[in-house]
Each structure stands twice: as C-alpha cells, then as structure tokens.
Design a protein around this ligand. Structure first.
Ligand code: ITT
Length: 203
C-alpha cells in the first residue's frame, strides 16, 4: 500500500480539536481533511467496548465509504479515572448524555469524584489506519496524570482543564499546545503512526 504523492489523509472525525492536534502532530508533509467536509455521511455508532475497537470501527466504516484511494485515520480516545472504575472511558464524549458539551462532561466528572482522595487518571488514544475497507495498522498511546477538583485553563478541549499530566504542574488546558503535543496520549499514538506512514512512503 503506497501513500498518495501529497500524503493525503482523511481523519474519521467531526471533532475539529482532534483534527487540529493530529494535523500539528503529523506535520506539514501531510494534507489532512476530516468529516466536517462531508456532512452527508451518517454518524457512526461507537459500539466497541475498547478505544481500539472503536478506532477500528470508525476507520473501516469511513474507508468503505471512500474507496481504495483514500487512506483513513481514526482516533478513538478518552479519559479513564481509577476512582470511577475506569469511567468515563469509551463514553468520554457522551458521559453527560448524547450531545453533551465538554463543560457538562467535566462538571459531571467532578461531581462523581467529589472529594475522593484517589485522583489518578489517564488519557488513552487508539489510532487505526484503513484503506478500501481493509485495516492497515493500529497504534495506542496513554498519558498518566490526576484529576483536579476544579477546572483550570482554557486551551485544548474535552477534559483538558481538569487533567494534570504526571510530568507537569499545569493542566493540559494551561500548558502550551506544543507541550501537550509532546506528551499526550494522542502524541504517543501518532508518533508511532507517523513512523509507520513515513516508512510506507519511502518503501
Ligand atoms: P469522533 O468520534 O468524531 O472522532 P469524539 O469527540 O466523539 O469525535 P471520541 O469518541 O474518541 O471522539 O471521544 C473522545 C472524547 O474523549 C472527547 O470528546 C473528549 O471528551 C475526550 N478526550 C479525548 N482526547 C482528549 C484530549 O486530548 N483532551 C481532552 N479530552 C479528550
């Protein structure tokens, strides 16, 4: 399987924050597009019980709709909180209900945690690559940290304002994007995907 000359990638997401981070992580050699340019495509029912299952489901579903020329990358990601038995997990985007805003999900998370002393948590990201309805490769990354008792910062998205990575004192929403993009779950999965893609391009 060869990459097209411009290293074009279709990101199987409607989450523009994800697309922005993935575009920055992949770098200028990749021209990325996401599903916001294809509003006619139906929503994908994320029925998997793991991030990897959902990433594969999204990559295969979208790649079947675009034919054999288009390389598709799907990211399924979320937050696992130990004191909540791993919730919100694969339900991270819809923790406070379908169509919930990031602020609703974060508020529910803080309410569920209350003043629990155990604040350990991690973000996880699974990436799947597919073409023409065939799975090409998968990659996973995680970032360990802890949950604060109130949001701090306004960068990023999702649960970033309440998550402090173990290597820093600031939340993902306080850290510059370059720092998040060096240490995040998405950065770790994407670095592996990038190495695979560049090897493919040079083969
Ligand atoms: P697509 O399925 O269209 O890609 P989505 O936002 O629904 O978009 P997911 O099902 O993978 O994507 O859910 C990811 C959720 O996990 C996201 O909405 C956030 O709530 C959370 N999340 C993932 N990565 C995050 C990050 O880097 N920072 C903060 N929250 C993140």
């Amino acid at each position: 399987m060869k990459l097209k000359s411009m290293h074009r990638l279709l990101i199987a997401t409607r989450n523009r924050h994800k697309t922005g981070e993935l575009a920055a992580l992949l770098g200028a050699d990749f021209q990325v597009e996401d599903l916001t340019a294809h509003p006619d495509l139906p929503e994908i029912d994320e029925t998997g019980v793991t991030f990897l299952e959902n990433a594969i489901l999204k990559a295969l579903t979208v790649s079947r709709q675009f034919g054999g020329d288009v390389l598709v990358l799907a990211d399924d990601s979320g937050l696992e909180v130990d004191a909540l038995g791993g919730a919100p997990g694969v339900r991270s985007a819809r923790f406070a209900g379908s169509g919930a805003r990031d602020s609703d999900n974060t508020a529910l998370l803080l309410a569920r945690l209350g003043d629990a002393p155990q604040r350990a948590a991690r973000f996880r990201c699974a990436i799947a690559l597919a073409k023409g309805g065939a799975l090409a490769a998968t990659f996973e990354g995680a970032c360990e940290g802890r949950i604060l008792d109130a949001p701090r910062g306004c960068a990023g998205f999702g649960y970033d304002p309440v998550f402090v990575p173990e290597t820093h004192a600031q939340t993902f929403a306080e850290l510059p994007a370059e720092v998040k993009n060096r240490i995040s779950h998405r950065a770790r999965a994407t670095q592996q995907a990038l190495a695979w893609l560049l090897q493919l391009a040079s083969a």
